[in-house]
Design a binder for this molecule. Sequence first.
Ligand code: DGJ
Length: 738
Amino acid sequence: MPVHVNEETLVFHLQTDHTSYIFKIMKNGEAGQVYFGKKIHARATYSNLMSREWRDASPSLSEENQNFQPSTIKAEYSSFGKGDFRYPAFQVTQENGSRISELKYENYLLLDGKRRLTNLPSTFDETKDDAQTLILSFKDQITGLTLNLNYGIFPHQDIIVKSAKFINSSSENLVLNRALSSQLDLPDSNYDLIQFSGAWARERHLYRNQLRPGIQNISSLYTSSSHQQNPFMMLARPQTTDEQGEVLGFNLIYSGNFLDSVEVDQYNTSRVLIGINPDEFCWNLAPGSFFQTPEAIISYTSDGMNQLSQQMAVFYSKHLVNPRFTNEDRPVLINNWEATYFDFSESKLMKIVNQAHQLGIEMFVLDDGWFGHRDDDTTSLGDWFADKKKFPNGIEHFSQQVHDLGMKFGLWFEPEMISIDSELYRNHPEWMIHDPKSTPTPGRHQFVLDMSRPEVIDYLFNLMGHIIESAKLDYIKWDMNRAITEMFSSQLTKNQQLEMPHRYILGVYKLYDRLTTAYPSVLFESCASGGGRFDLGLMYYAPQAWTSDDTDAAERMLIQFGTSYGYPQSMMGAHVSAVPNDQTGRITSLKTRGDVAFFGDFGYELDITQMTPRALSQIKKQVTFYKQYRRLFQFGKFYRIDSPFSKNGNYISWQVVSDDQKESIAALYQLLNHPNSPYTRFYFKGLDPNRQYRVNDDTEIYYGDELMNAGYFVPSIVIDGQESKDFYSRLFIIKAVK
Ligand code: DGJ
């Protein structure tokens, strides 16, 4: 039983296989946070963990309750204005302008399983994995508003999912100014905050800093989770590494403006808030209406960050990703973007397709430029019908030729966008997001559709649905290449304008939902100028995401390493592209490019009709090799070993291990070559200590414990007949010996 409720003391103890999350109803009728961490016994009361000494000058609950001081307690979901001066989890404005709420606990409901939310991507328990749902109800004594705190407990992956639902059961119009998904008050601040920040082509680099007094926020106002920040963050003890130590992970199943905030207060308590960014947000709650926040994920382990990433990866595959794709091998693809950009014809593409077929590549993805009259990025977004100049017989005919070869066919869309030079704009200029009083701000020469309008969603669904059916699409790459400016909708009233960012995201989800429901076998890959919307909200609909527009192997080592903390490798689109690399000008070997891209959803993005026979034969070998170990690469347990974000970041390594520990592949990459370099030993991870293994074609057999603890000598001079050099890579295929 994951949830223990003590009816008398009103202590709620949510237990997973290895963790305990405990809160209790306090004197003031609100819930107080008791403990989150390694599993402890269930007891009737934890007064020791709730104790607080009286502190001078802090407001108290009442004259009779001097010792109950809101600013010193650890709260479960706090309001502002009654003596707790830390940032609150929510705030509601009443008709008279007051923002004071007085929540009192009413009752709870405990259910087996975990149901999806409506209209928002969310977790579920369709495999009957012993999940439970706890709903706690509170009533605001001032307005009559109802607040439900929802908890999904997934015992076997040590995950707790939290969200809040506000129901206006009063008779006045209320405004929700702030509605976070999760609050967690931790008793101390001895943590490092680990965040994944970056920029376009430099996404999700790791930054680790000690918590300090005050507020530290990671957030976005791009109306997307953004390249710059990511909703995934960790709090780790200072000594915690990938291998050992306590760490808490937080994420949000949402793709819009978000806030991850840690506030360290005067008593070194750390308040962690996760949810929709309260800036650029509000929601009008008319009597009888409700607002549901997205779900936040929280997870804990005392066994280091590799363990945290692994438990989250299993959790997402079982309880978040479209079950249709959970166990589905992802096809090896070739995408024409970096091969041709906008400059292609059907016959030029068919040469790539035919060559790809020869090499064993399984899917051709036709990227930007196939529709309207789009020969560059200034036109045609919104006109989702074939450019007859490039495809005289339509996309159907081209797709048919790809399918005739036994290959799959995928197509690029950027559904949320509109070009001024488009039929769509000529017919519906009002569908473009703009403020009539302000000059529209272009981004990549394009503008954004108002996804909060149902007619826009209908238009896109009909056009995309038509192509999916006629061209029998197997895959869609859904791109999104600019942030939103002039966030205004003439459809909404003055008071509703701040609802627009969230309504926009709900529109995106609506379209994803309709398409994935109507066409369940189409595989979606999300993309936003590379990795600008790499988040759990989109993972729900699109099991793959384009990790970054930076396809340079050396840059990808950092990006994929950073991304792996919060997201499984089966989500990371990873392609081999041409050299010199288009983003960095760097030249790396085809081997290194392959060895990096293998650890994701593998593909190519270069003109294979222009390559030497030698390179083509190497590609063929890479494709065969990847297919042989595809499940291991895509779904194996992922271990980070040498970090590019450490002081000695010159060596980078990681490893995937099969569930039965019989098969594993490790990769060691070197950035710069140094002469007469120190000796290197590779310490493998995740093997069975008692099993014997062979490494590559080594004649010697080793025990797992030896390979993991004593290590494996890696000669620096020559291996595979190649000399060590800059951007060098090695793979170790480790197989159990019978
Ligand atoms: C940005 C994407 O990240 C690229 O892969 C490519 O699809 C271009 N957009 C096309 O415009």
